[in-house]
Design a protein around this ligand. Structure first.
Ligand code: AHR
Length: 515
């Protein structure tokens, strides 16, 4: 048996689930913190065919586009209410010199993308193209600056170029390049993975250099930057400690990033995205659940120095990392996406929701054609992945208030290990509707969850389910609708108690309202 917030891992699993009543108690009359819409954010890097081919096809392309941005991808992203987009990396960000990507396209400098496949980057997608994409998506920009190989001046000028309305060499340059008005840039990252690809820095060195860079990240013309310092990877609490403990850092950043990838099999022996066993399925979710322990650990450090929670955790890279599809460039990180990835997304979102008091943003790695993408493209074709559908189903949690829940559920057991078979969270939106998101990780067992709703009375329920006959079901260009949401009727509501029959390996999102 597993109690929410105290998941049991690597123990001699209780072999008996018999007698466990799966129950999710929902306290409806005491809504908690707002679940930031930004927790449903995205990440786009100059990597493989994420930008080129996936987003940007250029104005001359025969693929229908708006200012060079493919329409099918644009419309699909609007549908999931994408709240923000991080760009240009990733590791690429600390090699990116923004002036290479402005001005007439034919005159832009070509560079080698040294991190990702050694391909030539012609910089045809630069600041103006990205900001146009942001405008078309009606979402917030999250720009990641170059600390690893850039200069303070370069970073400061980029912010001035984008956001200042005053007269200056940078703003004149922007106007010469066709943009009269400054843009709004909400989020700005002070480097990426500076403990690794972003300069291999020690935490002390980064802490010092971060202050230097941050000092010159100015707020121009009413734009207010939410500055995000490079945070830790995984369980590296020492990095967080170093950044948080320095009193001078207090005013230098508002958010601290955190990266965690689930890599079943390990870096040297990664899983295939589609050809996997039930052991791999289980191990993936066991690793996904680690996100909860990781957040708790970093929160505990932050709480000591920032009990008022003025600084947010920004999980700007998360997701499953599998072996690339056979025959594709290993540097392009192109992987298929199955029902397993959909459940991964549901587990993460439920965790992020429950940490709404500190987690202010999360960005799936990555948006199109890279790692756990929501969209795959091939020439003029586009396919929505199972992960996409989870983003669409869970969008109801964006900016809703977290409801306290108490989950008691049976274990999903594999060998000597056990993880909670059910993942769940609930929120109340601005008009008082409740949304409950549940996932049943067990691939072969229906689980009925009883949900007493305390404090409010609802009389109307509706829902959607995402499942498929096989664990490794996926959407392909030839068969794009194998995994797609369907209307869900497997619930009963009687005397304030909701009962939900969760099909094996499924995700269900329910809406409760008063009629
Ligand atoms: O998302 C792929 C890469 O993973 C990013 O560029 C880097 O930040 C991380 O290591």
């Amino acid at each position: 048996m597993t109690l929410l917030f105290s998941a049991v891992f690597n123990v001699n699993a209780q072999k008996e689930n018999a007698g466990i009543a799966n129950q999710l108690v929902i306290i409806a009359n005491n809504a908690g913190p707002v679940i930031s819409k930004d927790n449903y954010g995205h990440f786009s890097e100059h990597l493989g065919s994420c930008i080129y081919g996936g987003i940007w096809v250029g104005t001359e392309s025969s693929i229908p586009n708006t200012y060079g941005i493919r329409n099918d991808v644009l419309f699909a992203l609007r549908e999931i209410k994408i709240p923000n987009l991080r760009w240009p990396g990733g590791c690429f960000a600390d090699t990116y010199h923004w002036k290479d990507g402005i001005g007439p396209q034919e005159k832009r400098a070509s560079i080698i993308n040294t991190h990702w496949g050694g391909v030539t980057e012609d910089n045809s997608f630069g600041t103006h193209e990205f900001m146009k994409f942001i405008e078309l998506l009606n979402c917030d920009a999250y720009i990641c600056g170059n600390v690893g190989s850039g200069t303070v001046k370069e970073m400061a000028e980029w912010v001035e170029y984008m956001t200042s309305g005053s007269d200056s060499p940078m703003t004149r340059l922007r106007k010469e390049n066709g943009r009269e008005e400054p843009w709004k840039v909400k989020y700005f990252g002070i480097g990426n993975e500076n403990w690794g690809c972003g300069g291999n820095m020690t935490p002390d060195f980064y802490s010092d250099i971060m202050r230097q860079y941050s000092t010159y990240l100015r707020n121009f013309s009413g734009n207010s930057l939410y500055r995000i310092a490079c945070g830790a990877s995984d369980f590296d609490f020492e990095w967080t400690e170093t950044l948080m403990k320095e009193p001078q850092n207090r005013y230098m950043f508002q958010g601290l990033s955190l990266h965690y990838y689930s890599v079943p099999g390990g870096w040297g022996n990664k899983n295939s995205a589609t050809n996997f066993t039930e052991d791999d399925w289980f191990e993936t979710f066991r690793l996904n659940y680690e996100m909860d322990r990781i957040i708790k650990g970093h929160k505990a450090v932050m709480d000591r120095y920032d009990p008022g929670k003025t600084k947010g955790i920004v999980i700007d890279e998360w997701g499953n990392w599998f072996e690339v599809e056979p025959g594709t460039n290993p540097g392009f990180l192109y992987q298929q996406n199955t029902l397993r990835d959909a459940i991964t997304a549901a587990i993460h979102f439920n965790i992020f929701n429950r940490h709404a008091d500190r987690v202010i943003m999360a960005n799936l790695a990555q948006i199109v054609n890279v790692l756990q993408a929501v969209i795959l493209t091939k020439d003029d074709k586009m396919v929505l992945t199972p992960t996409y559908h989870v983003f669409r189903m869970f969008r109801v949690h964006q900016d809703a208030r977290l409801l306290q829940t108490d989950l008691v559920c049976e274990d999903y057991i594999m060998g000597e290990q056990a993880i909670p078979a059910i993942s769940a969270s609930a929120s109340m939106d601005k008009v008082g509707k409740i949304h409950i998101s549940l996932a049943n990780l067990n691939p072969s067992k229906e689980i009925t969850v009883t949900c007493p709703v305390i404090g409010e009375t609802y009389n109307s329920v509706s829902g959607e389910v995402l499942t498929a006959p096989e664990m490794n079901a996926f959407n392909s260009f030839d068969n794009p609708e194998v995994v797609k949401p369907a209307s869900f009727k497997g619930y009963k509501l009687k005397d304030g108690i909701l009962t939900v029959a969760m099909p094996p390996k499924s995700i269900v999102v329910l809406e409760l309202k008063k009629e």
